[in-house]
Design a protein around this ligand. Structure first.
Ligand SMILES: [Zn+2]
Length: 676
């Protein structure tokens, strides 16, 4: 019997339960062919340079994006060797097609002609914005340059991506090259049993006896926090802090790569007409120029400094009095901090999680956002990829406006972590308004049959975070895909709604509404809540200046730094002298493992972590001022931020909501650095 390929049916919800791995390739190839045809039509001289003439292109790429997104999603949550093979066969071709569209000269000329044409004034402001942004993106990939310079930009980008790859490989190899194996239990005194069993397993897997500690984070971190043997901590720290550097013969040395990466980035920026790479990076972000970011970071450093000094002094005093450590070295700090935390703020995670029963958490979360944003969330039936997956519809005044799938539990074949992805975007599709759909994915432990599912508070905040992204995608009021939901939102602003909603999971009123003890049904007691809050803010001053140190180093490295003559290590030392309250040993080689900026997407963008935290804390403070569940404040946040997508600059959204530009004080208050 010939069955229909579910991935070819995109008019309504996708029939996920019916998808088999062999459906992926033919369906995606079909939508690729459609997109290619639409691209050729758009490029053709016969096609007029008009907005409406390019609409089929957007729709065709929208269909491809949705089918390809569904395949990628299934690969993340229900992997199988056949599906992975199909995905990997498709990946290079899909990537090539998107690249071809983003570099098409005829398409670029068409957008320019639309902007210059008589019809441009008749377009809506949002459509005009989209045209301008398309042009900007073409320009940023070198479309305005003469052929030979454009080729140079492409060459630079290729070399940069190879260098980033090499940087990661070096770091990985350097991380893997180290092991500490011991058969003497005294070496590992103080380390919790569950970590020790991890070490034993690691030794066994390596064909050794005893315990094996590596520099992988889940292995390294607990050793630094709990190991009572100071010499062992020093040995581990030294290995960790000098990874991928010139020591040990420099087998995996990233130093020359750093220099070359910075050189190439500066060259790319200059070819594209920017004074520095930082200016190029910020061209698509909410922050305007490096000076604005540097001012922001220095302000944050200065305001966090007294708290950071207090935090450091507190550790020093505790280490001296209780641990007999006269001078706290870099390898003592995490250990002493953990001991101090236990002494002062400890509560049992196991005890706390009995209050966060899954039903209570979801009921409270839904109630919160229903009150704030005037919506109603109801479970509904839909075809899903796994029996545990739930489906919900979102209503406003009885009308369905959006929907989402919630895939909550960890299982084999599912990638770890938590995330939100758009399944389809709110937009007109062939004249009909398509409502948005999202995937909400977490990896909570599935409860044993007959027992209530409970979450740790960490998991609760993760859920709130991802639900903030989900609402940003679902509650959009936009009808052009390019600006709808989270599409096109500035990189340093896109975490605002997620971190914003996370703050609610730390509010006393909301905390009461999301807790119901697994046995007694009681809401969380005040004493436990206060302890959790204090533990959250423990050492927050120290953490704040450390993040500023990394972000300031990143920004200065990409703004006016001369990669040929200046030394990155000397720059980092200068930044540390400027903002740090605790200095690491001189042989610490942090830049060589700073993969966020050398092998991730965070170059001249590391500040965005703090930037988005400031936006979300300040937005949340409006609710603290006007009433935590005040529907009017909620509607204003909905109207000025969530509904806008990228149809307006993120800064304008923020100012429209808050009545002024963001200020850093709210974050400092929320993290306990300033008094409330
Ligand atoms: Zn996020």
């Amino acid at each position: 019997m010939q069955t229909v390929n579910p991935l070819l049916q995109l008019d309504d919800l996708i029939d996920y339960a019916a998808i088999r791995p062999e459906h992926a390739e033919p369906a995606v190839r079909h939508w690729m062919a459609q997109a290619e045809k639409a691209l050729e039509a758009a490029e053709s001289p016969q096609t007029p340079a008009e907005w409406s003439a390019l609409e089929p292109l957007g729709e065709a790429f929208g269909d491809l994006g949705r089918a390809w997104g569904a395949v990628g999603h299934l690969q993340s949550v229900a992997d199988s060797p056949q599906l992975r093979d199909a995905f990997n066969r498709l990946l290079p071709d899909v990537t090539a097609l998107y690249l071809r569209a983003s570099q098409s000269q005829p398409l670029y000329q068409k957008y320019k002609a639309i902007e210059a044409g008589a019809g441009f004034a008749a377009l809506s402001p949002v459509q005009q914005r989209i045209v301008k942004r398309e042009i900007r993106d073409f320009v940023l990939s070198g479309a305005e340059l003469p052929e030979e310079k454009r080729a140079a930009v492409t060459r630079i980008q290729q070399e940069l991506s190879a260098l980033s790859q090499k940087f990661s490989e070096n770091l990985l190899d350097a991380t893997n090259a180290f092991e500490f194996v011991t058969e003497d239990p005294k070496d590992l005194a103080g380390i919790p049993e569950e970590t020790l069993s991890l070490y034993r397993e690691s030794a066994r897997a390596a064909g050794r006896g005893g315990w094996r500690v590596t520099l992988q984070f889940p292995s390294y971190l607990p050793a630094m926090q709990y190991c009572e043997n100071r010499a062992v901590r020093e040995k581990l720290y030294r290995a960790f802090a000098t990874r991928a550097a010139e020591f040990d013969g420099g087998r995996f040395d990233n130093t020359p790569l750093i220099r070359r990466i910075l050189e190439l980035r500066a060259e790319e920026a200059s070819l594209l007409g920017f004074p520095t790479y930082a200016h190029l990076s910020l061209a698509t972000k909410m922050a305007h120029d490096p000076e604005e970011v540097i001012r922001f970071l220095l302000d944050l450093a200065q305001q966090s400094r007294p708290a950071a000094l207090r935090d450091a002094a507190e550790i020093d005093a505790f280490a001296r009095e209780k641990l007999g450590i006269e001078r706290v070295e870099a390898w003592d700090r995490a250990f002493a901090a953990e001991k101090l935390r236990e002494a002062r703020y400890s509560y049992s995670d196991a005890e706390a999680r009995r209050y966060f029963t899954e039903n209570a958490v979801f009921r409270g979360l839904f109630k919160t956002v229903e009150t704030l944003f005037g919506i109603e969330i109801r479970p509904a039936a839909a075809s899903v990829w796994h029996p545990d997956v739930k489906y919900f519809q979102v209503f406003r005044q009885g009308t369905p406006i959006a929907a989402f799938y919630a895939d909550l539990y960890a299982r084999a074949g599912k990638r770890s972590g938590a995330w939100m992805d758009g399944e389809r975007t709110r937009a007109y599709r062939r004249g009909k308004l398509q409502t948005p759909v999202a995937y909400l994915v977490t990896n909570f432990a599935k409860p044993a049959p007959g027992r209530p599912a409970t979450l740790t508070h960490d998991e609760v905040t993760t859920l709130f975070h991802e639900f903030g992204h989900t609402l940003h995608h679902l509650l959009t009021a936009q009808t052009e895909a390019e600006v709808s939901g989270i599409n096109g939102v500035e990189w340093d602003a896109v975490e605002c709604p997620s971190q914003f909603l996370e703050n609610f999971a730390w509010d006393r009123t909301v905390m009461k509404s999301i807790t119901a003890h697994a046995e007694t049904g009681e809401a969380i007691p005040d004493a436990l809540f206060s302890k959790m809050l204090a533990a959250k803010n423990f050492q927050s001053g120290a953490a704040s200046v450390r993040q500023v140190e990394f972000a300031l180093f990143d920004m200065r490295l990409h703004a006016g730094f001369d990669a040929q003559s200046d030394d990155p290590m000397a720059l980092l030392d200068a930044v540390r002298r400027e903002v740090a309250v605790v200095l690491p040993p001189a042989w610490n080689r942090f830049p060589q493992s700073f993969s966020h900026i050398f092998a991730g997407g965070y170059a001249a963008g590391y500040y965005s972590y703090k930037w988005a935290e400031v936006l979300s804390a300040d937005a949340f403070e409006a609710f603290e001022e006007e009433g935590i569940l005040n529907p009017e404040t909620g509607r204003r946040f909905l109207k000025e931020i969530l509904e806008r997508g990228s149809s307006r600059d993120a800064m304008e959204n923020f100012v429209a909501f808050r009545g002024r530009k963001p200020s850093i004080e709210a974050l400092l208050r929320q993290t306990g650095i300033l008094a409330k």
